[in-house]
Design a binder for this molecule. Structure first.
Ligand SMILES: [Zn+2]
Ligand SMILES: [Zn+2]
Length: 593
């Protein structure tokens, strides 16, 4: 048994539960070791396996936080009831996935109200307390009366179902159903605030009756278009306490909220709102309709819409980035006007653009590391936007987030030993002096040839964890010649750090001055270290190998006319003595007689 087109996951589970002979879906899920909720839908592979179907078969009906299908939008997923359409059940059609959306109260197919109470016993139709067609009391949902739903209920349900729907005078297409649903929710939630005067986060409707009550107040706004919406805007404009002469000032939070909405419905509402505002606002903001039919607004109004100073709009017109023209207001004041469609375009650009600082905070990396990433061309040209006087920053945040999402996907190792992991943030020039190697590693990560072992959804790139061993290996093989600081050489040779530094300062050990992080360090190449070991013998090493003391060795060498180099005084003594290998060789070849 496989899911039907448009079937809800829960509906499918109920059909399966019936087939297995369970009176209610809860028992079937328990048998599978599953419980209905976010964890279940997020572990899709496990669920598919438990249901014994392909992941590809499950995915089209799987509710998820990432789904583009409004019917599967997890943030609106019903968690209290599992309503049905009596006509669908009577016709043995699948329980439809849009019924799972918290704002849906009608059947997109039959235009009748969904029921979420049993026609027999009156009990609630809970998520898991029944089978496909009927209640435990014996009642069949198909026997319930099919009550016609309101126009908005049906249009909304059609919209969530991905069918053609018409709201606010616009034929909505399925592509941005997710956005359109949220816009309706936004409108409705703000009507509720207007009713109760309560601010704060609204809670999604739990029952079909509540969903219907949420839709009711926005029915006229969306269907009696544009009259009711115009009245609504005027009402808000004239509300007690409304001040100022622009939409942003007078309509306040509601207007800003509307600006944040995306999709065709929001676009229609916003441009209608501005037309109304320009009309009530009087001459100064009067909308100009030109021959080409486009709507023009003043630079001041455009600035309000965009939340920027109007000078920036004027500047954009002056440098040719935006099409504009000079208009004269009722008072004779000359002002710049721009096309509304261009303002909307800029609005979208602004929504997806960001400054370097913004990108850094998304990535969770330092200024220095970001520079290096830039040098490595971590983000390609598609992450840059042409500069625009009305837009802050030239980075395309949407594309950057897409790239990060791609990097985030892929094989991960949840059991990786934390000790063997290094965060992206630490793969920088503090770790190695080899710039080329770091750039190369960044490229590998950007190209997804080097994968993070841990990169959770909420982690920034800086937090992503990579295999320490893999990074070390890459640093060695990519870099070619290795280099160390004086401290590192002291670490593996057993020489005192101040001795190594002293040899560097005296030019005996060839080194260059460099920086690691904010520290000044000596950097010694592999080749320089090798040459040093050929040229000099460290007296303390000789003493150790010969089980004697440096003092005795130095005295004996001095007797033969050989003096040390490279030492530094320490208190009354000195350390860091070197003997030239050549002196030792000559001493052996030409022993004193
Ligand atoms: Zn139906
Ligand atoms: Zn019942």
């Amino acid at each position: 048994m496989t899911p039907e087109t448009h079937e809800s996951l829960l509906g499918y589970i109920k059909r399966r539960s019936d087939a297995e002979g369970f009176p209610e879906a809860g028992g079937f899920l328990t048998m599978l070791g599953q419980s209905y909720g976010r964890a279940m839908v997020e572990e899709a592979e496990r669920l598919a396996e438990d249901l014994d179907i392909d992941l590809a078969t499950l995915e089209p009906i799987l509710p998820s936080a990432q789904s583009k299908d409004p019917a599967l939008d997890w943030s609106f997923h019903r968690m209290h009831r599992d309503p049905v359409c009596p006509s669908c059940i009577a016709a043995c059609q699948p329980r439809r996935k849009e019924w799972r959306h918290a704002m849906v109260s009608a059947c997109a197919e039959h235009g009748c109200q969904l029921i979420d109470e049993c026609p027999g016993c009156g009990g609630p139709l809970t998520l898991l307390g029944d089978g496909y067609a009927g209640c435990l009391c014996g009642a069949h949902y198909g026997d319930a009366n099919a009550v016609p739903a309101s126009s908005l209920e049906t249009e909304f349900s059609r919209m969530i179902a991905g069918r053609s729907a018409k709201l606010a005078g616009v034929e909505l297409c399925a592509d941005d159903g997710l956005h359109n649903a949220r816009t309706v929710w936004f409108l409705s939630a703000n009507m509720a605030k207007a009713r109760t005067g309560k601010e704060g986060k609204s809670i999604y409707p739990k029952t079909v009756t509540e969903a219907r009550a949420w839709l009711k107040p926005v029915e006229a706004l969306l269907l009696d278009w544009p009259t009711a919406f115009d009245d609504h805007v005027v009402q808000r404009w004239n509300a007690p306490g409304a001040e100022g002469m622009t939409a942003a000032m007078r309509l306040g939070a509601w207007y800003r909220g509307l600006l944040r909405q995306k999709g065709a419905l929001a676009k229609a509402l916003l441009s209608r709102c501005l037309i109304v505002v320009s009309t009530v606002c009087g001459d100064a903001y009067k909308t100009n309709r030109h021959k080409d039919g486009s709507t023009w607004v003043s630079a001041a109004q455009a600035g309000d819409i965009l939340g920027i100073r109007s000078e920036r709009v004027v500047e954009a017109v002056r440098d040719g980035t935006m099409i504009g023209s000079q208009g004269r207001s009722g008072t004779g004041h000359l002002h710049t006007i721009v096309r509304m469609q261009d303002v909307e375009e800029v609005h979208e650009l602004r929504a997806r653009s960001g400054t370097k600082e913004k990108v850094r905070s998304i990535l969770g990396v330092s200024r220095k590391q970001f520079q290096l990433m830039d040098e490595a061309k971590f983000f390609g040209d598609e992450c840059r936007m042409p500069p625009h006087p009305c837009v802050d920053g030239v980075f395309d945040l949407e594309n950057i987030r897409n790239i990060l999402d791609r990097i985030r996907q892929g094989p991960r190792d949840d059991n990786a030993d934390p000790a063997g992991l290094v965060s992206f943030r630490k793969i920088n020039l503090r770790r190695t002096t080899d710039r080329t190697a770091v750039l190369k590693i960044y490229r590998l990560i950007a190209n997804r040839e080097l994968r993070a072992l841990k990169f959770a959804q909420d982690d920034s790139l800086g937090d992503a964890l990579f295999s320490e061993a893999e990074i070390s290996r890459l640093l060695q093989e990519q870099g070619g010649a290795r280099a160390w600081t004086a401290g590192e050489i002291a670490g593996f040779s057993g020489w005192k750090p101040e001795c190594v530094t002293g040899w560097c300062e005296q030019g005996l050990l060839q080194a260059t001055r460099g920086k690691r992080g904010s520290f000044n360090v000596w950097q010694i190449s592999e080749e320089a270290l090798s040459r040093f070991r050929q040229e000099f013998q460290v007296v303390s090493d000789l003493a150790k190998e010969g089980k004697t003391t440096s003092r005795k060795l130095l005295a004996s060498l001095a007797d033969r006319g050989i003096s040390s180099v490279g030492s530094q005084p320490v208190g009354t003594s000195s350390r860091g003595h070197l003997i030239r290998t050549g002196d030792i060789a000559r001493m052996i070849a030409f022993p004193p007689t």
